[in-house]
Write a protein that binds this ligand. Structure first.
Ligand code: DCS
Length: 289
């Protein structure tokens, strides 16, 4: 029987009922995280849960647990559901209250749910993917991992309609990030990525990648770059929890660099896989479902 977490307790998923006037359901008034599971272990969970609590605090939702407490609950859930490779999704909404835009006047308890999903994994490096470019029409607090994802959804749908994997967003000709990923470019062996401002989500994969660059001696700059820089780059890299380190080999129908994953991207991908194995143990292909 599949389990999930409701307000800190592990329950049967089929028995969970959500409220109509949950502010997450009506307003997208909440925050979320997605954490990867490799070999039954949570990857970079401390970074994700720290960001979750920060996102919540930026919109005045008080999460009544510490990072360690949530982590322990998620570990139990992953074990109960016997997930070897997959993801755990969790969200906190402001809570249940009669519909009214302003915060509830009385204290309401946040509603916290988490559930797992199996995702096959064999450690193979991700092949090149195609992207489109699109205007960034989102709000100005993209640093908050909010449940409000309409702008992101509309962008991703445009990519899907164009037969592409990701939509790379830009504001005033400056590249911000993907619809559900961060975007970096490699020019003359140097990596460039948007600084962690209010205009992007400071991705955990992005942060791991920058640490890898440091270790590999790949110099990097957290600096804005233009659409022209993007199209003329030697390599373009997309990073996210679900996509990991993914080479973008064509944008708007035009090849990037040679049209194949570049050497710096491949190096970073290999080092990222090594980091997964360092944190979660060796990935044995035969146990992949
Ligand atoms: N930017 C946006 C807008 C995102 O939604 C995400 C992740 C990222 C960047 C990359 O962040 P992480 O490296 O921390 O994952 N989006 C999550 C999502 O909605 N599903 O999977 C990942």
């Amino acid at each position: 029987m599949e389990k999930m977490i409701l307000n800190g307790e592990i329950r049967n998923r089929s028995e969970i009922k959500m409220e109509l006037e949950d502010r997450g359901y009506q307003f997208g008034d909440g925050v979320y995280e997605v954490i990867r599971i490799y070999n039954g272990k949570l990857f970079t969970s401390e970074m994700h849960l720290t960001r979750l609590i920060e996102s919540a605090s930026k919109i005045s939702i008080n999460i009544p647990y510490t990072v360690g407490e949530i982590e322990a609950q998620l570990k139990d859930l992953v074990a109960e559901n016997e997930i070897t490779f997959g993801t755990v999704y969790m969200q906190f909404t402001r809570g249940v209250s009669p519909r009214n835009h302003a915060f509830p006047s009385t204290d309401v308890t946040p509603v916290y749910v988490a559930y797992t999903k199996e995702v096959p994994y064999n450690g193979a490096l991700k092949p090149g993917a195609k992207a489109i470019t699109i205007e960034d029409i989102r709000w100005l607090r993209c640093d908050i991992k909010s449940l409000n994802l309409l702008g992101n959804i509309l962008a991703k749908q445009k990519a899907a309609e164009a037969g592409c994997f990701e939509a790379i967003q830009h504001r005033d000709n400056m590249v911000t990030e993907g619809s559900s990923s961060n975007i970096s470019i490699i020019v003359n062996g140097e990596l460039k990525t948007h600084p962690a401002t209010n205009l992007i989500l400071n991705g955990i994969t992005r942060q791991v990648m920058l640490k890898i660059c440091k270790d590999l001696g790949v110099s990097y700059q957290e600096e804005v770059f233009t659409l022209e820089d993007l199209m003329a780059a030697d390599e373009v890299i997309m990073t996210s929890t679900t996509a990991e380190i993914m080479p973008i080999t064509a944008i708007d129908g035009q090849s990037i660099g040679s049209g194949e994953p570049g050497t710096v991207t491949r190096q970073i991908q290999q080092a990222f896989h090594a980091e997964i194995e360092r944190q979660c143990g060796h990935v044995i292909e035969s146990i992949v479902k």
